[in-house]
Each structure stands twice: as structure tokens, then as C-alpha cells.
Design a protein around this ligand. Structure first.
Ligand code: ADP
Length: 159
């Protein structure tokens, strides 16, 4: 058993992300959820808001650490935390090519770091981008995002 880093924008966290973390905890002792702060996409929520929603969604599970990842390479961040495994979720065939490219580049950069994929099942159709779009249009997101995220989206976009 070992620890894994699960990195992403989590803008916001969805039940798809939560399912990957819960599945990951079957294989790993501890998961560090690393929130990317400098993405090319303009985030809707601040890093602090994203961290708060993740922490709330995971109900303070002691096996999950929520951290921010500000700069540099993900493999270097992982090594700085003493972790050799990067956890990623795969939604559809469309994710596969990019994810395989990233995984191979990361192990090229640091051969002692490996990527482990978990396939999405129940929430394969859920992405943070789509969630924001549906929320902005007033759609019902019950069941696809954690309750705290649903409330936060409602507060942001209105009922
Ligand atoms: P990024 O900014 O890299 O797109 P995300 O926060 O969207 O990061 O996603 C982080 C990880 O979670 C990625 O590996 C992504 O494939 C995975 N993921 C996102 N949504 C889902 C989902 N609905 N089911 C399974 N995995 C998912």
C-alpha cells in the first residue's frame, strides 16, 4: 500500500471526482488531492473556495489530504510529498489519448513516478465545465455534485 496524488482543477469538485477518490482509497492508504492553482482556464472559484468544497465533500476523511499545487512539475510536487503514484480518472475514450501522453511524459521526467488510472462508471458524463454551464442555465445538479457544491453554485448563479 502507498500514497497517491490526485491533481486537478476541481473547479468545482463533482461526484465524479469523489467517486475516483473513494475508489482510489481501496488501493491506496492516503490520497493527496492537489488543487492546481495556475491553470490556463480562468477558474470560477478561488483556490480557497475549491479547497473548502473538497474538504466538505469528503467529510474530513483522515485518509485524504487537500493541498494546493502552485508551480513546477507535478512529478516534482509528488516527490516533494514522498509520493510515487499519480491517480487519474478516465471518463471516456476521449480522455485516453491525452492522459496516456501525460502519464508517459511524467514517467519520462521521473521514472520513479507512475500513473494509475481508475475508470469512471456512474459519473462518466460529468465534468466541471459542464456542471458550470448547467448551473449558469439554472439546471438541476442534484446527485451529480456534492450538496455543498450544489449550494455554492446556487449562491453563485441564483436559484
Ligand atoms: P483537469 O483540470 O486536469 O481537467 P479535473 O479537475 O477536471 O482536472 O480532473 C482531474 C481528474 O479527474 C482527471 O484525471 C479527470 O479525468 C478526472 N475526472 C474528472 N471528472 C471525472 C468523472 N466524472 N469521472 C471520473 N474521473 C473524472
Amino acid at each position: 500500500m502507498a500514497d497517491a496524488v490526485y491533481a486537478g482543477s476541481f473547479d468545482p469538485i463533482t461526484n465524479g471526482h469523489v467517486a475516483i477518490i473513494r475508489a482510489g482509497l481501496v488501493a491506496f492508504d492516503r490520497i493527496i488531492v492537489a488543487v492546481l492553482t495556475n491553470t490556463s482556464k480562468q477558474p470560477l472559484f478561488s483556490v480557497d473556495e475549491r479547497i473548502e468544497m473538497i474538504t466538505h465533500a469528503l467529510e474530513g476523511d483522515p485518509r485524504v489530504e487537500v493541498d494546493r499545487f502552485d508551480r513546477g512539475l507535478l512529478v516534482d510536487y509528488a516527490r516533494s510529498k514522498g509520493v510515487n503514484v499519480l491517480l487519474r480518472g478516465l471518463r471516456a475514450a476521449g480522455d485516453f489519448e491525452y492522459e496516456l501522453q501525460m502519464a508517459n511524459m511524467n514517467s519520462h521526467l521521473n521514472p520513479s513516478v507512475q500513473t494509475v488510472f481508475i475508470g469512471a462508471n456512474d459519473y462518466f458524463f460529468v465534468s466541471s465545465t459542464l456542471i458550470k454551464e448547467i448551473a449558469s442555465l439554472g439546471g438541476n445538479l442534484g446527485g451529480v455534485v456534492p450538496r455543498c457544491v450544489e449550494e455554492k453554485l446556487r449562491a453563485t448563479f441564483g436559484p
